[in-house]
Design a protein around this ligand. Structure first.
Ligand SMILES: [Zn+2]
Length: 489
């Protein structure tokens, strides 16, 4: 997992120099590229370019970067020898579009205190302190995404502060591109999260929904988000007119609508009303053919977020199964907080107490969820529904950045091939990102943003190698990965 010195990533110009010297020249040059990325064209020479958008690979490729865009990509035979640009030897390396996580929440840290509406631990850590921590660690979170090869993310719901996050990310080189939704239009309220700029807003009438969409539209959101929560007190049909009004008002303003709907009938209602994106899997029952055809016909994008379905339960039951990447690249403070056995015993919320008393019951519930969700993912993928990879990072136990690699494992368990998984995390994810920027993300081609991940081994046979990252390229700037989590920006 730890990156090795990138002695193989030697500028061709360095040949003939003693090996030790080559290494230091190489590091020096790479550092220079990081800080003066737009000064000169760069050519990545000799690597294998993998483009999941069409499943094609180009061996011994020349990929030329001009400023923040890709100028050209071709096999070395066709491209010839690049002239007038800095060369970077990528022989033995694999170059892919940067990964994208299309379901994250920046207002949540992933630690144990980030959802006081789920488990109230505010006596141990007031929510105000949690929010202050989140706001002061934005650059840290951004760097962890890049370290994980993730060059774009979609925040599908949070406070109005989310629009500030997008602005900060846009002006921070060492950050992923960020698309955002604002506060969630919801059937239920969550007062525990309301410190004056709530992430979740209860909407009771279609008129209120229209008014709220107009308020959101002033911030130019990338998506409008609906939290379509259904229970005994909130049946599918009672909130449906609000979904309809939200979609109408949003589409009238050329805004897309993303909906949280985890039951089959809720998801069906959402898509029938015009939802552009479903932000989770259906987990209550197997999808039927009518649902599959509906998604295909409407070109609805579905983001499975498999990892989040295990993380609340496993954290509370003290059975957390963080992937090696999460342990290595997740925020250590966040990870340390997730040990529920360290909590004062007399302050354990009931939900954690119950889970600790019977961890097998939690694991069993997770297994039942996956029995349905993984099968549904395979059905939808086989049918040609657009699946975009995403994690729901920021929720308790779902680690910003490297949680995507656990998501990849689960997608593999569902039966997706490595190339399909990579397509979900690049080309399909770019469709969910949307807009003029999304149109230039997710595939390697002329005119697209030079957002790339350079791997030391090929993920095409084994998706586990997707995290074998050597260098991340964002907007044409190269970042050797072992420097991403060290230096301040
Ligand atoms: Zn979410």
């Amino acid at each position: 997992m730890n990156s090795t010195p990138r002695s193989a990533l030697v500028p061709i110009a360095g040949f003939g120099v003693p090996p030790k010297r080559i290494f230091s020249v190489c590091v020096l040059l790479l550092l220079t590229f990081s800080f003066s990325a737009h000064a000169q064209k760069l050519s990545l020479v000799g690597g294998t370019v993998i483009n999941p958008a069409d499943g094609k690979t180009i061996e011994n490729a020349v990929l030329v970067i001009d400023g923040e865009k890709i100028e050209s990509v071709a096999s070395r035979r066709e491209a010839g020898v690049p002239v007038g640009s800095k060369w970077i030897d990528c022989e033995g390396k694999f170059i892919l579009p940067g990964y994208m996580d299309t379901h994250v929440h920046f207002f949540q840290s992933g630690d144990l205190f980030t959802r006081p509406d789920v488990v109230d631990l505010t006596k141990i850590r007031p929510y105000r302190d949690e929010v202050a921590w989140v706001k002061s660690h934005l650059s840290d979170v951004f760097a962890r995404y890049l370290r994980s090869g993730i060059t774009s993310v979609v925040d599908v719901g949070g406070p109005f502060w989310n629009f500030e996050v997008r602005k900060v990310a846009n002006s921070t080189p060492k950050a992923p591109r960020v698309a955002v939704a604002g506060p969630l239009i919801s059937s239920v309220s969550r007062p525990q999260l309301d410190l004056g700029d709530p992430p979740i807003v209860k909407i009771d009438t279609p008129d209120q929904a229209r008014e709220f969409v107009r308020k959101l539209a002033a911030q130019n959101p990338d998506l409008v988000k609906i939290w379509y929560i259904v229970d005994q007190d909130h049946p599918v049909d009672s909130f449906r007119p609000i979904v309809r009004a939200t979609v109408e008002e949003s589409h009238g303003r050329k805004l897309r609508v993303a909906v949280h709907a985890t039951e089959l009938e809720t998801a069906r209602a959402a898509v029938e009303e015009g939802a552009d994106v479903l932000v989770h899997s259906v987990i209550d029952k197997e999808v039927d053919d009518r649902f599959v055809q509906l998604l295909k016909q409407k070109h609805t994008i579905l983001c499975p977020t498999l990892v989040v379905f295990e993380r609340y339960g496993r954290t509370f039951a003290n059975k957390l199964n963080l992937a090696p990447e999460e342990k290595a690249w997740g925020n250590p403070e966040v990870i340390a907080s997730l040990d529920v056995t360290k909590l004062p015993q007399d302050q354990l919320p009931d939900r954690i107490k119950t889970a600790l008393a019977n961890p097998e019951a939690s694991l069993d519930r997770i297994k039942k969820t996956y029995d349905v969700a993984l099968k549904n993912l395979k059905t939808l993928e086989d049918a040609g529904v657009i699946i975009a990879a995403g994690t729901d990072a920021g929720n308790i136990g779902t680690i910003h950045g490297p949680a995507l690699f656990r998501e990849f494992q689960l997608m593999k368990e569902a039966g997706l091939t490595p190339m399909q998984i990579l397509q979900c995390a690049t080309a399909n994810a770019a469709k969910l990102f949307g807009g003029d920027i999304g149109a230039r993300l997710g595939s390697i081609g002329k005119g697209n943003f030079a957002d790339l991940v350079i791997l030391k081994s090929s993920p095409v046979e084994d998706i586990g190698r997707a995290s074998d990252i050597d260098t991340v390229v964002k907007s044409g700037a190269l970042y050797p990965v072992d420097q991403l989590l060290k230096s301040p920006q």
